[in-house]
Ligand binder design. Structure first.
Ligand SMILES: CC1(C)S[C@@H]2[C@H](NC(=O)CCCC[C@H](NC(=O)C[NH3+])C(=O)[O-])C(=O)N2[C@H]1C(=O)[O-]
Length: 351
């Protein structure tokens, strides 16, 4: 069946509006049946004035959660753990409730509190306090468990980074290796994602990269260059570095079944609503957005200091979009950037 061509003027308009909302720059890359289209606006470095570059790498924040999910679901396929088994079967004594299952982690239905709410309540001081810190997984879990749980296991969707910290712990326990080895061996190398890396706790983004600029809470305060950080507060929940092309490859390959069996991909894309709207859903470490033209796209969003990211594909993997703006803590810029999805996947609006 023919699909609408991407509305690249609309994509550019969304990138321009992200800049108008305070992003120093933004870019998007679309891959579809007619090939690749990319657009860049503004700068990747405010000091040098270097223009945004479609080949530059950046922090993808919680898009990392989908990478971690793919590794864990491959381990499920290999019989190393079961989706509906208690987490405590594999990490004895870790969680205070044996009813919390592996699936609850991947669907944000565990009830484990998100420690980043308190950690980043004051945006810039919170960031400065942790940007060079190295946390153990256990320290992050302890931060979560020091707060009340948000729901009985399985009862409700409540997004929490803690879930994907535990996913990282499961991967390391079951493989006996750091998560970086699993990412490399199971995803980065097979898909030839040469611009994608997991370098925690190194603070640098090596090679050609985008610098990220954090908006302070007080309007009018200067942007904070947040490019260098360990992202140790997130790790398997948010510390992957990638590029527009690699994200297109990753979400496209995932949806084409190159990483998981058809049955497991079906599990991953089986969703429940995340909010009152009937357009946003969450599966296993994966978001589904239902667009105005009826197209359903699957992928993830990311918010890490200095970077907003969208990385989505259609269910058949034939069309993929990745978009990034090099700012954060500024919702209007994030919403503006999100406009690239409708333009790319729904095409030009009828006159
Ligand atoms: C659910 C989200 C939005 S939050 C979650 C994760 N990012 C974080 O947990 C970092 C939150 C603080 C980031 C900081 N904000 C503040 O400090 C506010 N006081 C900023 O904007 O740079 C990620 O990425 N996910 C996004 C996702 O999945 O889309």
């Amino acid at each position: 069946p023919s699909v609408p061509a991407p509305d690249m003027e609309g994509v550019t308009a969304a990138l321009d509006s992200a800049m108008a909302e305070g992003a120093p720059g933004a870019m998007a890359r679309f891959t579809g049946p007619s090939g690749v289209e990319s657009r860049t606006v503004g700068v990747r470095d405010r000091t040098s004035g270097a223009p945004m570059d479609i080949h530059a790498r950046f922090r993808i924040g919680s898009v990392s959660k989908t990478f971690s999910t793919v590794v864990l679901l491959q381990l499920v396929e290999e019989g190393r753990l079961e989706l509906d088994a208690p987490v405590n079967r594999y990490l004895p004594g870790l969680l205070p409730d044996d009813r919390i299952t592996v699936r609850h982690l991947l669907t944000h239905r565990s009830g484990l509190a998100d420690y980043t709410d308190a950690m980043f309540a004051d945006t810039v001081p919170g960031f400065e306090a942790v940007r060079n810190r190295v946390f153990s997984y256990q320290e992050l879990v302890d931060l979560s468990l020091s707060e009340p749980r948000t729901t009985e296991p399985g009862v409700a969707y409540k997004y929490s980074n803690a879930n994907f910290v535990v996913v990282g712990m499961l991967i390391e326990k079951l493989t006996g290796r750091p998560v970086s080895d699993a990412y490399e061996r199971r995803i980065f190398k097979p898909l030839k994602l040469r611009g994608t890396s997991y370098v925690h706790p190194d603070t640098r983004i090596k090679g050609l990269h985008v610098r990220g600029y954090l908006h302070p809470d007080a309007a009018g305060d200067p942007l904070v260059d947040s490019t260098e950080q360990t992202v140790s507060w997130a790790q398997s929940a948010g510390a992957v570095i990638s590029s527009p092309a690699d994200l297109n490859t990753f979400t496209g390959a995932l949806m084409r079944g190159r990483l998981l069996s058809p049955a497991m991909l079906e599990e991953m894309t089986t969703v429940t609503p995340t909010d009152a709207t009937d357009t946003r859903f969450y599966g296993l470490g994966l978001r589904r957005y239902d667009l105005s033209c009826g197209t359903r796209v699957f992928g993830h969003t990311g918010t890490v200091q200095g970077f907003y990211t969208y990385a989505f594909s259609t269910r058949d993997g034939r069309r993929s979009l990745s978009a990034v703006a090099n700012t954060s803590n500024h919702g209007a810029a994030n919403t503006a950037l999100g406009g690239t999805l409708e333009a790319a996947f729904c095409g030009k609006k009828p006159a």
